[in-house]
Design a protein around this ligand. Structure first.
Ligand code: AMP
Length: 390
């Protein structure tokens, strides 16, 4: 038991100069820390790793497993508020932190969103449009789910999946037979395969007093299940724009989020929106807000968790974000000056030493007068990285 009484949740703002804590230490925490330091806050980060993307720019980097609850309590005691950039921290970690500091968004939000089955059940129970799904634990469940939802479909692990990890597409009875053998007693979700027109997302924020802000609909292209390109404005038309934002607002309110949450959608060919998944934190598709918007998703997370008014989410210029994966390093160091020769292109690198294949190393954001031009420019800048090197 802690000897320190829990600090009451209060509506008083946490002002610049205070320390904010981030559970997790990847690029999302890094960009959050940059925004927080810009506004005069101190940043502490906790994760099992050292010399991390977040730790490199934080004031304090604590290295401890998430299961080391004493370390988590000490971490929480040293800061005024705890947020996270990695949503798969164990529930017990968030609970231990909450004994000593407000945790925003609350551990209950993490609990719902870190398991696909809980998340989808929450969404359908509250009437949000969601990809048709069935829970699967046994081979019989899988057969039943395939009978009901048909083929093709996607079988996903309920827990700890991201970027397509722990998921397989089932297109034939042979795929189903192979999947039956691979269930292994885990909890899965079988989803109908959605023949989507586009993937889109809404990144939104909710303040401590219930204020709501969003950056509109962002269009996303994935490659090998990893986000490759994000574009704003998405050009989906006013009805889809309104519906997507309404769904996002409803979800943030229903979950009682204080902070930033991203809703990823499939937009079907007949123009229907289906929620694919939620991320209770800033999101890869919102990285373009750093350069394109008055307030970035990271500054907004800071404002929200510190109980400050939310900033303007006006998009100043159309923008496109191109992901930089470790694969780009296969032929040697990317040609940075070649991309930076394009004056409306901004480079963000995450401070990761080892450029492994598929690892997110950074991104480029291109700004232009139209979304199409921004997309062309982002792709040209990324292509330029691979040219002209030894
Ligand atoms: P997820 O990990 O659920 O975000 O899935 C990663 C990517 O796989 C998505 O962004 C889609 O491109 C694709 N995907 C996942 N589920 C489905 C589905 N039910 N139908 C079609 N594509 C899917």
């Amino acid at each position: 038991m802690s000897t320190h009484p829990p600090r009451a949740e209060s509506g008083d703002p946490i002002l610049p100069g205070a320390a904010v804590g981030v559970l997790g230490s990847g690029q999302l925490g890094r960009m959050f820390a940059i925004a927080a330091r810009q506004m005069g806050y101190r940043v502490h980060t906790l994760s099992p790793d050292t010399d991390t993307p977040t730790g490199q720019v934080a004031d304090v980097e604590v290295t401890a497993p998430y299961e080391d609850l004493d370390a988590v309590r000490k971490f929480a005691r040293d800061v005024r508020v705890v947020t996270f950039e990695f949503e798969n921290v164990p529930a017990a970690t968030a609970a231990a932190a909450a004994e000593l500091s407000p945790v925003r968004p609350a551990g209950a939000v993490l609990h719902t969103t870190q398991n696909r089955l809980r998340e989808k059940t929450f969404l359908s129970k509250h009437g949000f449009p969601v990809t048709p799904f069935k829970p699967v634990r046994t081979a019989d469940d899988l057969d039943g789910a395939v009978r009901e939802l048909g083929l093709p479909g996607v079988l996903k692990t309920a827990a700890f999946g991201y970027d397509g990890k722990g998921q397989r597409k089932l297109a034939s009875p042979a795929d189903v037979a192979a999947a039956r053998a691979a269930l292994g007693g885990a909890e899965w979700v079988y989803e109908a395969f959605v023949d989507f027109e586009r993937e889109v997302s809404v990144v939104a924020a909710r303040g401590l007093g219930g204020g709501f802000a969003h950056w509109g609909v962002i269009a996303n292209d994935h490659r090998n299940h990893i986000l490759d390109l994000s574009i704003t404005p998405a050009g989906v038309g006013p009805r889809v724009e309104r519906e997507a934002v309404d769904v996002a607002r409803g979800i943030l309110e229903q979950l009682g989020v204080v902070g930033v949450l991203c809703v990823e959608f499939f937009l079907t060919k007949p123009g229907r929106l289906l929620v694919n998944e939620l991320a209770p934190r800033p999101h890869n598709s919102g990285h373009l807000t750093i350069d394109a918007s008055v307030t970035s998703q990271f500054e907004q997370q800071l404002r929200a968790v510190c109980g400050l008014p939310l900033g303007s989410t006006e998009i100043r210029r159309p923008a496109a974000m191109a992901q930089l994966l470790g694969d780009l390093w296969a032929g040697g160091e990317p040609d940075w000056p070649a991309a930076l020769a394009l004056p409306d292109v901004k480079l963000h690198l995450y401070g990761k030493a080892e450029p492994r294949r598929g690892r997110k190393m950074g991104h480029l954001t291109a700004l232009a007068d139209t979304a199409e031009e921004a997309t062309r420019l982002a792709l040209a800048a990324r292509a330029a990285l691979g040219r002209g090197r030894a």
